[in-house]
Ligand binder design. Structure first.
Ligand SMILES: [Zn+2]
Length: 563
């Protein structure tokens, strides 16, 4: 590290002596939080091309100014490294922006009304999807049924997702097209919810969703491109400069490549297709983080279990409010040897493994499998990941650290699930839920994100959630299990350097450091000094990716014409 600084400053001095090149962009008068331990604070940043060339005082950086340098006067506002969301469903997120919005619905009449409105503006026969409903927001918190929505959706098949993606609501037309009847058996890892007579209610959980999704026509290229463009624009508006797209389709990667070629990809992407496709990736020969600064591949995403909300997360002990149920292993894990074989294939090919695991037993089994992989292949820096790592068994924190598994977590889920998690799993297990502090104490790498469209993409909500742990229902103003709160600096670090590490890019991004990519975000308030409850209201003033301003609400910069 020291050597690098010496070389850089020697380089800078040589360049100064020979009249150094002028910066393309200078941000001056900023309150720069660099995220770089060597120089934590600064006032100004100079950029040439895609990269930061100098970080320092206003006076130091002024020497980089030339006649064509674009100058941004930050007026004392806080400049942060661009946020890197370690877990998104980017295309679903973009689609969701244009779909019926059900997440804030607090009664079923309103649910039905909004679905009916959507049906009126949807062409006959076209599927109505997404929605992100959440039955815990109405009372009694019963799952919605096909009988509720059939009258308002006579001409459209409906397949509306629960906000966590682990349950969908189908109407009768969708069930008919999918051929799901009272006689259809539950698939492994899934549940067709049934009424007292054994008839499907319309709710399909986890693997049972696949029975219906398989008859939904795939996205057209135009639909996919529109969704991605909406997602790029939204990411820019909330200061997200990199995303790690979990469960990406090959068509998504191809669409990103097309946008990249056309100069329209303004968010950096690391795409992780499903682990069931691992043979393809292994054949092509791409290794972890293969690609360029805007588009990388070389990771796969598998599923160990479901979600707490759908009672499909896999626990050692039953749910406190459902004594005969301790969750479901995902179809990827049935049998376990299937997952082990795929992991072995991935690891032998140098592909990074990301596994969704929420319940304590699911996490434990994945740590066992990761141990098997290390034993079989030795050596190599693999940076295994567990996505969510939501409910930990006490004994597994140390193993997590020993195996150097990255905990890729979504703090917003903590203030959302925290509303009802204790009723489902009891106090003791809840105390190890989203255990940010315990992970850090064990030396585990944290990477933060949102799981968008499961939670909002706005990183300020994530930082707010990690710092306050104040549940959305207002019932825990001092924090739900407050001992697990993080400082603002720790939360931002997990969301920048932590996420960069999770995609092998900590030398390229994650801090405002000379030599790194110029991805930065200027925000309306100093999140390190304001009342933490106000962090959620902080707005993005400018988003800069690769030295280009891609978001500026005062100039209404569209994503495709960055300045
Ligand atoms: Zn996800």
């Amino acid at each position: 590290m020291k050597l690098a600084i010496l070389v850089l400053s020697a380089f800078a001095m040589t360049m100064a002596a020979q009249s150094k090149p002028a910066a393309d962009l200078i941000v001056t008068n900023a309150n720069v939080w660099t995220g770089d331990d060597a120089h934590p604070k600064a006032q100004a940043v100079a950029v040439i091309g895609q990269r930061i060339v100098a970080v320092g005082s206003n006076a130091e950086i002024a020497s980089w100014r030339g006649s064509n340098t674009k100058l941004i006067d930050a007026k004392g506002k806080l400049l942060l490294p661009g946020f890197n969301d370690s877990h998104v469903h980017f295309v679903d997120g973009g689609r969701q922006l244009d779909s019926v919005q059900l997440n804030d619905v607090t009664n079923t009449d309103e649910l039905v009304r909004r679905i009916g409105e959507q049906a009126k503006k949807t062409p006959k026969g076209e599927w109505i999807q997404n929605g992100d409903w959440d039955e815990t927001k109405w009372s009694p918190p019963n799952l919605p049924t096909k009988e509720m929505i059939d009258p308002v959706t006579p001409d459209n098949p409906v397949l509306l997702s629960r906000y966590d993606g682990h349950s969908v609501l189908a109407n009768s037309l969708a069930l008919k097209l999918a051929g799901i009847t009272a006689q259809t058996p539950d698939p492994p890892g899934g549940t067709i919810v049934r009424d007292a007579q054994g008839n499907p209610t319309g709710d399909l959980k986890d693997a049972a969703e696949g029975l219906a999704f398989k008859v939904v026509p795939p996205l057209t290229h135009d639909q996919r491109m529109r969704a991605i463009k909406r997602a790029l624009e939204h990411a820019a508006s909330v200061g997200v400069t990199s995303v790690q797209h979990m469960s990406a389709d090959y068509e998504d990667i191809s669409a990103y490549a097309e946008l990249l070629q056309d100069g329209e990809l303004t968010t950096r992407i690391y795409a992780a297709p499903l682990i069931e496709t691992v043979d393809d990736l292994a054949k092509v020969g791409v290794r972890h983080a293969f690609g360029g600064p805007y588009l990388r591949v070389g990771a796969v995403k598998g599923f160990a279990d479901g979600s707490l909300g759908s009672r499909t997360a896999y626990f050692f002990e039953p749910f406190s409010d459902e004594p005969n149920n301790h969750g479901l292993l995902a179809s990827d894990m049935q049998p376990l040897s299937l997952m082990r074989d795929r992991m072995m294939t991935a690891d032998a090919a140098g592909i990074q493994i990301c596994t969704h695991a929420i319940g304590d037993q699911a996490i434990s089994i994945i740590l066992d499998l990761y141990t098997d992989v290390v034993k079989a292949h030795h050596g190599a820096e693999r940076r295994f990941r567990i996505e969510h790592a939501q409910h930990m068994a006490e004994k597994d924190f140390a193993r997590f650290a020993q195996l150097d598994v990255i905990a890729s977590m979504q703090p917003y889920h903590a203030i959302d699930d925290g509303r009802w998690a204790e009723a489902r799993i009891g106090h003791d297990r809840a105390s190890r839920t989203y255990a940010f502090r315990t992970f850090l104490n064990h030396g585990v790498h944290l990477a933060f994100g949102t799981d968008w469209d499961v939670a909002p993409l706005n990183p300020m909500l994530g930082v707010y959630a990690a710092v306050t742990r104040a549940t959305l229902d207002g019932k825990n103003p001092n924090g739900w299990f407050p001992e697990q709160k993080l400082t603002v600096a720790e939360a931002v670090h997990a969301y920048t350097m932590g996420s960069a590490y999770a995609e092998f890019q900590e030398k390229e991004k994650g801090s405002i450091t000379a030599g790194k990519l110029a991805d930065m975000v200027l925000v309306s308030n100093d999140i390190f000094s304001i009342d933490p409850t106000k962090i959620r209201d902080v707005k993005v003033l400018k988003t800069i990716v690769g030295g280009k301003v891609i978001w500026d609400p005062t100039r209404k910069v569209p994503y495709s014409t960055a300045y």
